[in-house]
Design a protein around this ligand. Structure first.
Ligand code: C2E
Ligand code: CA
Ligand code: CA
Length: 576
């Protein structure tokens, strides 16, 4: 720039700070009179030394005093420039906004005022970008977390409510982003007009608003607050008009308290969001502590009780008949574990098997099931049921046990039954977990002579090429696809494909969970003849199985069926 030519020239030649450059120039400038006097006296060749000395001294004193004063004033006049430079530097390096005066009107004053305005403006823009949600202008999740962190640093108890607009995504899909954002803004405005002073409204997620505020640490205060929030929600949840549509917004709310529900801002935000997701129209406000603490407690108690159940003999096996409708008889049974809890009564395996898995208790329980089932096979072999095959479920963890094979052999030998009477059921998901282990274990079980069934088939996405190589002999079609197969074209497509697949691979196929004749009719016509489900029999204690369903009933049922497709199996597998 042309205006800066001297400054530019100086900057290149003199390696001094700006302030020293000015001082140096001022120093030289103010010494001009002294230099001029010295040159004049030298040129005049005067012989009066006393005159000469006094003139020089006077000039020297005047120059030094003048210089000092000039430098001092100049230095002071430079202060605005230096202060502005320092303020900008601090802002750039630490993003700290330092105040600058704004009321001076000369150029230096203008420099300070403009710099101050620019910094404030910049800071607001950056804050907007980083900490505010652009739809509603409310603090975003980053800002909310930092506000919570401040509370936590002070160990100050607070409550965080998350209000979810359940239909946000649906409104967005149906009417576009602008309308969805408009709905959020309207909701935010309503909430902010009803939220008491001292509380902060924020928007931590696309479909979420948050209310943050200090509270007491006791349960009564929490309950009172929950009540107030419910009132606020009720009054805020009226109809929302967006464009030409009127919405009846459904709000889900979750509440978490610090320090009761978490130690970090992130954990508390997660807790409140999770609680909101668990709420329903019937229970629109869920306290994190309620459900989770109760669930954790109940699980812990169940875990303790489960340990006792193993030693106290609280388990029993029920058996659900497996029928072959074409042969009109019971051909097998699935052993299903039951836990008679001394206080809770019957506890469902879906509730305690996951706990047994997680705690490792599944090992002793699984051993007991194997032994018990084999004993039962022995007992039945002398009954009218004859040599039926009994299926035992294995959980994923049991299947990974290195000693599994030894246990199976031990149970069979202990009861004196042949391996072909026993079938092992493994879910498709468990079979998919570790391919090489599955392959090895299946081969070993096949060599032993035990049957292998893949349970809950269709739900786990096993790949065809993988399945083809596995030595197993039965597919159990998951209840999900069997239920109402007669009415759902999707289930029909899946069942038809699975039946065809079993045929192609030479596998037996069984439909589980049949509850209605129509389901049997559809599947029987497609060639599936083996069934298990409430339509035929519920799981029952071992000694009741003979009384569940008789030949006469099976015959009657079969006569109602249309003739089935008679495509023979392409090849029979050597497994089992
Ligand atoms: P699963 O192996 O899929 O067992 C079938 C479940 O469906 C059983 O539930 C059975 O009672 C139920 N069921 C049978 N027919 C019908 C029907 O027509 N309609 C309906 N709605 N349900 C039907 P259960 O006995 O509650 O067992 C649940 C799960 O617990 C079993 O699912 C199995 O995964 C597991 N399990 C049961 N016993 C054992 C065991 O001894 N060891 C292991 N590892 N898991 C077991
Ligand atoms: Ca099963
Ligand atoms: Ca199943």
């Amino acid at each position: 720039m042309r205006d800066l030519w001297f400054y530019d020239w100086m900057s290149r030649r003199v390696r001094l700070s700006y302030r020293l450059k000015i001082m140096t120039v001022a120093f030289i400038g103010t010494h001009m009179p002294l230099i001029a006097v010295a040159i004049y006296i030298a040129a005049a060749h005067t012989s009066d030394w006393s005159d000469f000395v006094s003139t020089v001294l006077t000039t020297l004193v005047a120059t030094v005093a003048g210089t000092a004063l000039t430098l001092f004033v100049l230095d002071q006049l430079l202060r605005p420039v230096l202060l502005t430079a320092r303020t900008l530097e601090i802002y750039r390096n630490a993003r700290e906004v330092r105040a600058l005066p704004r009321h001076y009107t000369d150029e230096a004053g203008l420099l300070m005022a403009c710099a101050a305005d620019t910094i404030v403006h910049l800071e607001q823009t950056l804050d907007q970008i980083e900490n505010r949600d652009d739809g509603t202008g409310l603090p975003n999740s980053k800002q909310l977390l930092s506000m919570m962190a401040t509370f936590i640093a002070d160990r100050a108890p607070f409550a965080l409510a998350i209000v979810r607009f359940t239909d946000y995504q649906r409104v967005k899909t149906a009417y576009g982003k602008d309308e969805a954002e408009l709905a959020m803004s309207l909701l935010a405005r309503r909430l902010s007009s009803r939220v008491a002073e001292g509380k902060v409204l924020a928007r931590p997620g696309r479909a979420e608003l948050a209310v943050l505020g200090p509270t007491d640490e006791n349960a009564i205060a929490h309950a009172a607050l929950a009540g107030r929030i419910r009132d606020v929600l009720e009054s805020a949840a009226g109809e929302l008009a967006i464009g030409s549509v009127v919405l009846e917004p459904e709000l889900q709310t979750g509440l978490a308290f610090y320090p009761a529900d978490g130690e970090s801002a992130e954990a508390l935000l997660d807790a409140a969001s999770a609680a909101a997701l668990r709420s329903s129209p019937a229970a629109p406000l869920v306290l994190h502590s309620d459900a989770d603490r109760r669930a954790a407690q109940s699980r812990f108690e169940l875990e303790q009780d489960l340990r006792r159940a193993v030693t106290d003999d609280q388990f029993t096996l029920y058996y659900q008949p497996v029928v072959d409708l074409a042969a009109e008889r019971i051909i097998g049974a699935e052993a299903l574990l039951r836990w008679r809890h001394p206080e809770r009564g019957m506890v469902s395996p879906t509730e305690f098997i996951p706990i047994a898995e997680a705690t490792g208790l599944i090992q002793p329980i699984g051993l007991w099931v194997l032994d018990q089932a084999c004993q039962q096979i022995r007992n039945w072999s002398d009954s009218s049921l004859g040599d039926i095959r009994v299926a035992v479920n294995l959980s994923a963890r049991q299947f990974l046990d290195r000693d599994l094979l030894r246990h199976v052999r031990g149970a069979l030998d202990g009861a004196g039954v042949t391996p072909d009477r026993l079938e092992i059921e493994l879910t498709e998901t468990a079979a998919m977990a570790d391919h090489s282990h599955t392959r090895r274990m299946f081969a070993a079980l096949r060599d032993l002579g035990v049957g292998i069934a893949i349970d809950d088939f269709g739900a786990g996405y096993a790949s065809m090429s993988y399945l083809r190589k596995l030595p197993f002999n039965k597919l159990k079609i998951d209840r999900e696809f069997v239920s109402h197969v007669d009415a759902s074209s999707e289930s029909q497509a899946i069942c038809d494909a699975l039946i065809a697949l079993s045929r192609g691979l030479g596998l037996d196929v069984l439909a589980e969970g049949v509850e209605r004749e129509e389901e049997v009719r559809h599947l029987y016509a497609r060639g599936c003849t083996v069934f298990q489900g409430y339509l035929f029999a519920h799981p029952v204690p071992a000694d009741e199985i003979e009384h569940t369903i008789g030949v006469a009933q099976l015959r009657m049922l079969r006569r109602k069926m249309a003739p089935r497709e008679q495509a023979p199996a392409l090849r029979k597998r050597d497994a089992g």
